[in-house]
Design a protein around this ligand. Structure first.
Ligand code: MLT
Ligand code: ZN
Length: 448
């Protein structure tokens, strides 16, 4: 049997896509930055079908690119040329919420918004929230160790995962969904797969920890004179109710205003904006007000207690991605530095980008509590030079070249900046041990 016949036998002929117009949506990321041709797209319905697909591809030595909601930003979920795209779109089983353990089992293809709605029906929530919530899937979020807006409160995906079920490239199934909170039996395979970007196994389902739904929220937009002042503000705002601290800058806010037709967010223009949210079992407005009173160097502020006012403030921050993309295809570099180095890094990255790409437009925003900056550069003639300059500035501050989007193909050439030779040898050995045939997401994370 040839590969196409085997794939059709595995998942049903109607779930093996080969027509160019059907493949197109799977072959590019949504920003248009990463594009490659797929041999086929397969859409297995369960773990056994995933195993059959992987066995068939391994026998032919054909690469497999797992793809969830295709919201990734580092080229890790689109083909590079000639691979089979394994879409998790049909792995959408969502188990009953277990109130005793506070956990739920979700298929890799479950969308974040659906998971949160499912949890909300029982008075619970999922700790991770990201702007791409309507499309991003649980499997992709595990693969990239997604973080997003509420890491300051609940941690990234790694902290939510209690168990995984995954299929090796030879078709064997590993992992457990039993949800044991205590299990000290050696290596933690489940969390070992978090952040593995589809290079070790295909995650088919995950057991996730849920958190209490916090019905009361209050948000504030702070106008500040500098990144150093914003970092000092994070210190003043930290506390048990703090749920988000997002940073953006005057040029990014102006761009969002233009793109969405919004009025000025605050009466006074400010160089730096910090969006803060407190959430709790009771109305946190008083606590937020008291914390704001302790913020040094505050130029201006707007407080939002009802949902409409909060959404209005969030629009200035969440509108960044879309507004940047409307300018052109951006080079997007998601990085983190220790928060205490954030102000130094901001100056360094602006200098690095203007030297590497004079005339290009730089838009910075991110999650300041984790020192996580999204560095967006539009109009750079040489993408490699910009990436090199930015990632070297990150390494110089003891940072991470990937905070929450993964390494993908975009940053694999720079892995050496923050991983030693010994560590890269271990990465390669781990890859060989899990995926000896080397078919899983070739070129991602570990440079070819
Ligand atoms: C965000 O924080 O909005 C996301 O990481 C998306 C982006 O970086 O554009
Ligand atoms: Zn982000």
């Amino acid at each position: 049997m040839d590969l196409f016949a085997e794939l059709a036998a595995a998942v049903g002929a109607e779930h093996v896509l080969t027509e160019p117009d059907l493949l197109a949506g799977y072959e590019s990321d949504w920003t248009g930055r990463f594009t490659g041709r797929a041999l086929a797209v397969v859409r297995p319905a369960d773990r056994d079908e995933v195993a059959a697909v992987l066995r068939a591809c391994a026998a032919e030595g054909v690469g497999v690119v797992p793809q969830g909601g295709n919201t990734g930003l580092v080229g890790g979920g689109v083909p590079r040329g000639g691979e089979v795209v394994l879409s998790t779109a049909r792995l959408t089983a969502l188990g009953e919420v277990d109130r005793v353990s506070g956990q739920v089992t979700a298929g890799a293809g479950v969308r974040l918004a659906d998971l949160r709605a499912h949890a909300a029906a029982t008075g619970l929530d999922f700790g991770v929230d990201i702007a791409a919530r309507d499309s991003a899937t649980v499997g992709g979020m595990v693969a990239t160790n997604a973080g997003g807006l509420r890491v300051v409160r609940w941690g990234p995906m790694r902290d939510q995962v209690v168990g995984v079920e995954a299929v090796l490239s030879d078709g064997r199934v590993v992992g457990s969904l039993s949800g044991l909170e205590k299990d000290s039996t050696g290596y933690d395979l489940a969390r070992g797969l978090v952040g593995s970007e589809g290079t070790l196994a295909v995650v088919t389902a995950v057991r996730l920890r849920l958190v209490p739904a916090l019905p009361h929220r209050a948000a504030a937009l702070l106008g500040l004179p500098s990144t150093a002042a914003a970092v000092a503000a994070v210190g003043a705002l930290r506390g048990p109710l703090l749920s988000a601290v997002e940073v953006c800058y005057a040029d990014g806010v102006a761009l969002v205003r233009e793109h969405r037709g919004l009025p000025a967010p605050l009466p006074r223009d400010c160089p730096v904006y910090l969006l803060v949210e407190y959430a709790g079992e009771h109305d946190p407005t008083d606590e937020l007000g008291a914390a704001l009173a302790a913020v040094p160097d505050l130029v201006d502020t707007a407080l939002a207690v009802d949902g409409t006012a909060r959404r209005r403030l969030w629009a200035y921050r969440e509108g960044h991605t879309e507004a940047v993309n409307a300018l052109g295809v951006p080079v997007k570099l998601d990085v983190a530095v220790p928060p205490a180095r954030a102000a130094v890094f901001e100056t360094a990255v602006r200098a690095a980008v203007s030297a590497a790409a004079p005339g290009a437009r730089l838009v910075l925003f991110g999650h300041l509590a984790e020192g996580n900056f999204h560095v967006n550069v539009v109009g750079a003639p040489d993408e490699r030079a910009v990436s090199d300059a930015v990632l070297r500035a990150v390494a110089a501050e003891g940072g991470s070249i990937s905070a929450e989007h993964g390494v993908g193909v975009a940053k694999a050439p720079w892995l050496h900046l923050t991983r030693t030779a010994a560590e890269r040898d271990l990465y390669a050995a781990v890859k060989r041990a899990w995926d000896p045939s080397g078919i899983l997401n070739p070129g991602v994370l570990i440079p070819r």
